[in-house]
Write a protein that binds this ligand. Structure first.
Ligand SMILES: [Zn+2]
Ligand SMILES: [Zn+2]
Length: 433
C-alpha cells in the first residue's frame, strides 16, 4: 500500500497559490472582524448543547443565520441536519464544507462562565449534556465561513455547500443518524459536490493545523459475540457446556488477531472487548454469554481481513468446546481517508491559513469520524485544529470527551481561514474547461 506523508520539506516549499490569493487577501480582514461573532455563536451553542438526534435549537440557529445571509437553506435532513447552498456569481464546481452539531452526555466541569447546565435523558438515565467534543466550535466556525464567503459571493466561481450534520457521536440505540443518514436521504444528490473538507478541534497547540494523507482516523466497528452453551448446576459442569470458560478462550483468541495475524507494518489495528455479560448466580453454569467490543482499523482491506479472521476464530473456538457462537459486526464509521492528491493540493492553502510554521503532520488517530462516509462519496480532506488552552503542558491538556475539555477560542480564526481558503482555492483551481 502506498503511503505518502506530508513532508516538512514539502510544507517548507509551499508558496501561496496565486489563483485565489486576491480573493483570500480580501477575505482575511473580513474574517478577522467576524471573529467576535463566531465566538458569540460558539458560546451560545456551548451553553445550549443538544444530544445526537436532538439538535433542534442548534439546527434552527444555523438555519436562521444561513437564511439571513441569503443562502438557499434545506432543513430536516437526517432529522436535524441543515444544508446551506451558496451559489457564487461565476460558474464553477461545487465544494462542500462540513461541521457537526451534536453534544455528549457529559456533565461539564470546566467552570467557564458560559458552561452548560443542561441535562437530558440518555439511555434511560438523567445526564449532564456538554459540548465536550468541540462540535460547538465546528458549527460556529462554519457559520463564520458562510458569512465570510457570502460577502464576496459575486466573485465566487462555483457553489459552496455548507453541511451542518447532526448525530456525529452516534444516533441513540434503534435510531439512524449522522453522515450515513444524510447521504441516504440524498444530501449529495443535488448538487453533487466535487470535494469535501472538514476539521476537528484537538488538544494541540492553539491555531496550529495538523493533517495526514490517507488513513487518518480509524474505521470503528462494534461487534458482539453470542456464545451458546448448555446450562447446568455449578457442581457438575460435565453435564452442560460452560459458556463462561469459552469467553476466556475466545477473548484470548480474538486478541491474537491484531497481535499475531495482521501485518502491523501496513497499518495499526485494535480489537478491544468492553463488555462481558453472562451468569446470574454463583452455582449455576449459565446457558449463554456475550462479548461486546470494538474494532479499529485504518485500511478497508485489513478491516475485512480482520472480520473474516474473527468469524473463523469465533466459530472454531466455540466448536472446540462443544458450544456454538455467532459474530455480528455493525459499522460505526469507515476509515477517515484523506485523498492523497487532494491533501497535497491543500497544503499551501493550510499554510496560508495558519502560517508555514503552523501546519504539521499528525499520527493516525484510533478515534473515528463519520465524516468518512462523505469521503466514500467524494474526495475529501479532514484535518485538525489545535485549541489547547495556553500555559498547560500538552500532555496534561484535557482531551475531547473530558468534562474538563476547553476550547481555546484564539485557535478558531485559523479554522475559519482554512475552510474559507480551501473552498475558494478549490473552486478557482478546479474550473472545468
Ligand atoms: Zn467526539
Ligand atoms: Zn467530535
Amino acid at each position: 500500500m502506498k503511503r505518502t506523508l506530508l513532508s516538512a520539506a514539502m510544507l517548507a516549499s509551499c508558496s501561496l497559490p496565486s489563483f485565489a490569493a486576491d480573493l483570500k487577501a480580501t477575505l482575511a480582514p473580513t474574517i478577522h472582524q467576524l471573529m467576535p461573532q463566531v465566538i458569540d455563536w460558539r458560546r451560545d451553542i456551548h451553553t445550549h448543547p443538544e444530544l445526537s438526534n436532538s439538535e433542534v435549537r442548534t439546527s434552527k440557529l444555523v438555519a436562521d443565520e444561513l437564511k439571513a445571509l441569503g443562502l438557499e437553506v434545506r432543513t430536516g435532513i437526517a432529522h436535524h441536519g441543515v444544508v446551506g447552498i451558496l451559489k457564487g456569481g461565476q460558474p464553477g464546481p461545487v465544494v462542500a464544507l462540513r461541521a457537526d452539531m451534536d453534544a455528549l452526555p457529559v456533565k461539564e466541569q470546566t467552570g467557564l462562565p458560559f458552561a452548560s447546565k443542561v441535562t437530558a435523558t440518555f439511555n434511560g438515565e438523567q445526564v449532564g449534556v456538554m459540548h465536550a467534543c468541540g462540535h460547538d466550535a465546528h458549527t460556529a466556525i462554519l457559520l463564520g465561513v458562510a458569512k465570510a464567503l457570502s460577502s464576496i459571493r459575486a466573485q465566487i466561481p462555483g457553489t459552496v455547500m455548507f453541511v451542518f450534520q447532526p448525530a456525529e457521536e452516534g444516533a441513540p440505540p434503534g435510531e439512524e443518524g449522522g453522515a450515513a443518514l444524510m447521504l441516504k436521504e440524498g444530501v449529495f444528490n443535488n448538487p453533487k459536490p466535487d470535494a469535501i473538507f472538514g476539521l476537528h478541534v484537538w488538544p494541540m497547540e492553539a491555531g496550529k493545523i495538523y493533517v495526514r494523507p490517507e488513513g487518518t482516523m480509524a474505521a470503528s466497528d462494534r461487534f458482539e459475540v453470542h456464545i451458546k452453551g448448555k446450562q447446568t448446576h455449578g457442581s457438575s459442569p460435565w453435564r452442560g457446556v460452560d459458556p463462561i470458560t469459552v469467553t476466556g478462550s475466545m477473548i484470548e483468541a480474538l486478541e491474537l488477531i491484531p497481535s499475531r495475524q495482521v501485518d502491523v507494518t501496513q497499518a495499526p489495528a485494535v480489537i478491544s472487548i468492553g463488555q462481558v455479560k453472562s451468569g446470574i448466580r454463583f452455582n449455576i453454569i449459565p446457558d449463554d454469554a456475550t462479548l461486546v467490543g470494538t474494532i479499529r482499523t485504518f485500511d478497508e482491506g485489513m478491516r475485512q481481513d480482520i472480520i473474516n479472521k474473527m468469524q473463523r476464530t469465533v466459530t472454531h473456538v466455540a466448536q472446540a468446546t462443544g458450544a456454538t457462537a455467532t459474530l455480528s459486526v455493525k459499522s460505526g464509521a469507515a476509515v477517515t481517508w484523506n485523498d492523497a492528491k487532494l491533501t497535497d493540493w491543500a497544503a499551501p492553502t493550510l499554510a496560508w491559513a495558519a502560517g508555514k510554521e503552523g501546519v504539521g503532520t499528525i499520527k493516525p488517530i484510533t478515534g473515528a469520524e463519520d465524516f468518512s462516509y462523505f469521503q466514500q462519496k467524494v474526495p475529501g480532506v479532514f484535518f485538525f485544529l489545535g485549541v489547547a488552552p495556553d500555559g498547560v503542558p500538552l500532555d496534561q491538556v484535557a482531551a475531547n470527551h473530558s468534562p474538563h475539555f476547553i476550547v481555546n477560542e484564539k485557535g478558531l480564526e485559523n479554522g475559519v481561514r482554512a475552510l474559507s481558503g480551501l473552498a475558494l482555492d478549490y473552486l478557482q483551481s478546479h474550473q472545468k474547461s
